[in-house]
Design a protein around this ligand. Structure first.
Ligand code: 5GP
Length: 191
């Protein structure tokens, strides 16, 4: 998606060799007009698919998922990062290793909101090693719901997540695919 790539070139900041900061427009300050275009693009890509729910993970996926959900006309459910030791029996749970913080945490969704009859589109801001998506996929499977695919804003294609998830047979649509990046040479996108 040209609009998103141009914005990443303009306002994205590369940290080290594998972290892209997009705090200016995507996951701290949020450009809702850009989000609307992102939502429309996801809708165009998944046109013809029956989708009943969008599932994301707190916190940075929520804003984009909400705007996308408005395009699809469905509710958003976000997996919560569980902070308590006791997990109640009325939730589905899985584990995620955080890319940005390097620790493992549990994510949960209520059984009440993820049903076997749901047809789920996953939405997230970044795809790096694929742990966040894999955690969400596990929740969908545990619920017996149907996974339609995943819509990602920025895939760092030089990291293994995209290939891993696609090899699982899951449809992944990424709006901007970063081929390589460095503080010295900036960002290069895939073809
Ligand atoms: P994964 O689980 O695929 O390794 O990483 C995806 C999650 O880590 C996303 O939900 C995102 O919040 C965070 N993340 C991964 N890479 C980056 C990055 O380069 N920049 C930012 N801001 N977040 C990232």
């Amino acid at each position: 998606m040209r609009l998103l790539e141009d914005r990443i070139r303009k306002d994205g900041v590369v940290k080290g060799n594998d972290v892209l900061k997009v705090d200016k427009f995507l996951n701290h300050q949020m450009d809702v007009e850009l989000f609307t275009e992102i939502g429309k693009e996801f809708q165009r890509l998944f046109e013809g698919e029956k989708i009943t729910k969008i599932l994301t993970i707190e916190a940075s996926g929520i804003g984009i998922a909400c705007v996308a959900a408005q395009c699809f006309g469905v509710p958003v459910l976000f997996a919560k990062k569980n902070k308590t030791k006791n997990i109640a029996g009325d939730v589905y749970t899985s584990k995620v290793e955080s890319f940005t913080h390097g620790r493992v945490y549990d994510i949960i969704v209520s059984r009440e909101f993820l049903r076997p009859e749901d047809r789920v589109l996953l939405i997230d801001d970044f795809l790096a090693n694929g742990a966040a998506l894999m955690g969400l996929i596990a929740l969908v499977r545990e619920a017996g719901a149907t996974l339609i695919g995943a819509g990602i804003c920025i895939e760092k294609a030089f990291q293994p997540g995209g290939q891993r998830i696609r090899e699982m047979g899951v449809r992944v649509e990424s709006l901007a695919r970063v081929k390589s990046m460095s503080e010295e040479n900036g960002i290069e996108f895939c073809g």
